[in-house]
Design a protein around this ligand. Structure first.
Ligand code: GLU
Length: 477
């Protein structure tokens, strides 16, 4: 690449469904690469598949990019708004002789391929409408709309040094004369709908894309796109084809393996920074670093150390990364996120200092915001301990101690160390061990037996809540 060119990368999703993990990872790589070099990152919506593209998918793609924090410098551009430009370039190529009209009908093409197969040859377009010096072309048949084909070089080799896969060479003889406009021009001498590979080429050219990092399902398109770019006299971008993401069973990651849409991870309580950190490690590494900030990613992501082998999705690792980010996110920042989640469950919990303190209390044991909200919810709605838990832990032996503790808690300063002292004195007076009393209190107040330190948990409730939840035991004495 010409070093004087400013780095410009793009993500070019087709809005035929939600932004899935593979595309999000590709977007992240392009974004990080552009940011690393102080370049620009562009969003282009490849919406020419009219039957399958939807506005909903466009909205979802944009929302997912925003959630991940992958800010674009340009776009979204929409290919459907650029059709005239593609037609214009095709017309120029027809004039220049780098493209030509082909009047083969689908039936003729079928027959051509059939005959080639019968002869044991690889089916390919036989070039019957391809202009060659001294060749006489047949007269265009009446009533047949032509397609436009790119006049691919007949000989030689297309080479590029792939950022991920290293040097790649494809012989031009392997490449057909690609259809670049369909046979739907509707007016004599017009140009029909441009095809996908062609639109990509014109866009990458017009948008001055310097680096194309994309999934390796596109690697077969690259030699064709390079040839067309050359025919246009365009400067070539650097290509990098990243291997796909596999599910834990080694198959291509799909819905079968759980959520594949990015926004689903938002719903499931993952933090965008954690997601970015986790996705970056799928097919890229920086030494042994597993946890890093966005700034570090940008500082390190220079296009090297992209893995040649497929990455494997690991839900447990994502949980581990997310747990790390939860732990290191400010409680005051977590509080509104938890409040929002609780609100969606119909639980009103103001995002105040108390909620922040509860986040501090529970976040160490949570992998997601959903789990954190699960814990904190019990501080805002009444809990119904299961009869089994009550029978197992609220035994007759602890009832008098529970009554005494309740009386004491009605008096003490509502603060952790005072609560701890009240528990301790009650234990001493009743000759009980900590777990006997603590489990009974946990069951009655929290509806569960495992919680962080009891005094801290009780402090997280109001005194009235605790007294009320312990009050039930009096009925049993
Ligand atoms: N629209 C293509 C896709 O969604 C991407 C094309 C490209 O990156 O060149 O797979």
């Amino acid at each position: 690449m010409n070093p004087a060119r400013k780095v410009r990368t793009r993500i070019a999703p087709s809005p035929t469904g939600f932004l899935h993990l593979g595309t999000a990872r590709t977007a992240l790589f392009n974004w990080a690469f552009a940011r690393h070099f102080g370049g620009e990152f562009i969003l282009r919506i490849e919406d020419t598949d009219l039957a399958r593209s939807t506005q909903e998918a466009v909205d979802q793609i944009i929302a997912a990019m925003q959630w991940l924090g992958l800010d674009c410098d340009e776009g979204p551009y929409f290919q459907m708004q650029r059709i005239d430009r593609y037609r214009e370039v095709i017309a120029q190529m027809l004039d220049a002789g780098t493209a030509y009209r082909c009047w083969c009908t689908p039936a003729e093409l079928d027959a051509m391929r059939e005959a080639q197969r019968a002869r044991g040859e690889k089916p390919r377009y036989d070039g019957r409408w391809r202009p060659e010096p001294g060749k006489r072309l047949p007269a265009p048949p009446a009533g047949v709309e032509p397609v436009v084909r790119f006049r691919n070089p007949a000989d030689g080799v297309v080479r590029w040094d792939d950022l991920v896969k290293g040097p790649i060479a494809i012989r031009n003889q392997e490449l057909d004369d690609l259809v670049i406009a369909r046979a739907d021009a509707h007016e004599p001498g017009g140009v029909g709908t441009p095809t996908y590979n062609f639109c990509v080429v014109v866009d990458d050219w017009d948008m001055r894309i310097t680096h194309v990092i994309r999934g390796d399902d596109h690697v077969n398109n690259t030699p064709r796109q390079i040839n067309i770019l050359r025919a246009l006299g365009a400067e070539l971008p650097v290509y990098g084809h990243v291997p796909m993401i596999l599910g834990p069973d080694g198959d291509k990651l799909s819905k079968r393996h759980g959520a594949v849409s990015i926004t689903q991870y938002d719903d499931d309580g993952y933090l965008p920074d954690a997601m970015v950190n986790y996705l970056a490690r799928l097919g890229w590494s920086h030494g042994d670093d597993e946890l890093f900030t966005r700034a570090q990613l940008v500082a390190w992501f220079d296009g090297s150390h992209l893995a040649r082998h497929a990455a494997q999705w690991d839900a447990a690792k994502l949980d581990w990364v997310n747990a790390h980010y939860l732990k290191h996110t400010d409680d005051a920042m977590l509080a509104p996120m938890v409040a929002e989640r609780l609100a969606s469950r119909g639980i009103a919990a103001p995002a105040d200092g108390r909620l922040a303190r509860l986040c501090a209390l529970y976040k160490d044991r949570c992998a997601t915001l959903v789990e954190l909200a699960d814990w904190i919810g019990m501080h805002f709605v009444s809990v119904q301990p299961s009869p089994g838990l009550v029978a197992a832990h609220v035994s007759d032996a602890v009832l008098p101690a529970l009554v005494a503790l309740r009386e004491r808690l009605a008096e003490v300063e509502w603060e952790r160390s005072a609560i701890a002292a009240a528990i301790k004195r009650t234990l001493g007076e009743h000759g009980l061990k900590m777990p006997q009393l603590a489990q009974a209190v946990r069951v009655l107040v929290c509806g569960r037996v495992q919680t962080p330190s009891l005094d801290a948990v009780l402090e997280g409730f109001t005194r009235e809540q605790v007294l009320q939840r312990l009050a039930g035991v009096r009925l049993r004495i």
